[in-house]
Design a protein around this ligand. Structure first.
Ligand code: SF4
Length: 315
């Protein structure tokens, strides 16, 4: 199953997710990654699945529930641009449906021409810019060893010059790793080179890959906002410091919905219950049965219980 959701996204409204890359296949292993450490650490691009099947599933969903989708978003369990068929998927979806397509990328491969041209036709692209100096980039994103920061940064600038859709950036703040006025200033000066609609400042709100990861303190978030706004203008900077809104509802088979959604986004227990009420008379039973089968695990983080797909079992 390639599609999940739709989930409500702070930036994209009702977003139908597309999981076009196998679990934790990524060119980064960010310390804050909500999916845990990267297991398939690679920069090698290939078509992981038959792109026609991916497009077919998206179109099938849109035919039934299209009025409830604002964006189709390529936001897999890893880095979407590692998929060498991403261009065909975007083209196929746009050919068959009048829907906007978004890609949330770590931007590490945008220096490659094929990647640039593959995602050029998307309507909305979010690029990750957590750090622009070598030591901090390595500490926060833990990039694949063949990647060079200079290539990554210039690739994003070059892409931004040709891209006609909405380009935004996302900077995740990790306390003590990429926080501090000097760091914010250097990120802001770099972002100024991009043709950005908005620069988002995010904080880790879900269980991170590494236990030492701490969200920034309030003072650090305000400082980041002030410093970056000073360089870019306050109308171009926004905080993403609250959890995503809960999903409106589940769709189709309750267990399949929960498995596919919890494989990409750790779900708050109470939000899962509410969404499942639309398709099941006993949502708790659906959840507990998957927990019992060890397909879903409960994670307690910052006073909240989350549900996450148990990938050890799924693999
Ligand atoms: S946060 Fe994104 S880019 Fe970073 S390791 Fe996780 S999937 Fe990869």
């Amino acid at each position: 199953m390639f599609v999940f959701g739709p989930i409500r996204s702070r930036r994209l409204g009702r977003s139908l997710g597309v999981n076009n890359v196998p679990y934790k296949t990524c060119s980064y292993s960010c310390v804050y990654c909500q999916l845990g450490r990267t297991t398939t650490y690679t920069v090698e691009r290939r078509c992981f699945y038959d792109w026609r099947e991916v497009v077919g599933e998206v179109i099938g969903f849109l035919r039934r529930f299209g009025s409830e989708v604002d964006y189709v978003t390529l936001v897999p369990d890893g880095e979407p641009t590692l998929d060498a068929c991403i261009g065909k998927i975007i083209e196929g979806i746009k050919k068959e449906a009048s829907v906007r397509v978004a890609v949330l990328t770590n931007a590490s491969l945008l220096w490659l021409d094929d990647v640039k041209s593959g995602i050029m036709e998307a309507d909305y692209i979010s690029v990750k810019v957590d750090a622009v100096s070598e030591d901090v980039w390595k500490a926060v994103n833990r990039p694949h060893p063949v990647l060079k920061l200079g290539d990554v940064l210039s690739g994003v600038i070059e892409f931004s010059r040709g891209f006609r859709g909405v380009l935004v950036s996302e900077t995740m703040l990790v306390h003590g790793v990429n926080t501090g006025a000097v760091r914010y200033e250097e990120v802001a000066r770099y972002l100024k080179n991009l043709n950005l609609y908005k620069a988002f400042i995010a904080i880790p709100v879900r269980p991170p890959a590494e236990p030492y990861v701490e969200p920034p303190q309030e003072r650090e978030v305000v400082e980041a906002y002030e410093v970056i706004s000073h360089v870019l203008g306050s109308n171009r900077v926004e905080l993403l410091n609250t959890p995503e809104p809960p999903p409106d509802r589940a769709y189709g088979d309750p267990e399949a919905w929960l498995l596919s959604t919890a494989s990409v986004h750790p779900l708050r227990y109470e939000h899962a219950v509410k969404a499942l009420e639309k398709v099941s008379s006993n949502p708790e039973e659906v959840i507990e049965s998957l927990v019992k089968k060890n397909l879903v695990v409960k994670i307690h983080y910052a006073g909240t219980t989350y549900l996450l797909r148990n990938f050890r079992k799924a693999l």
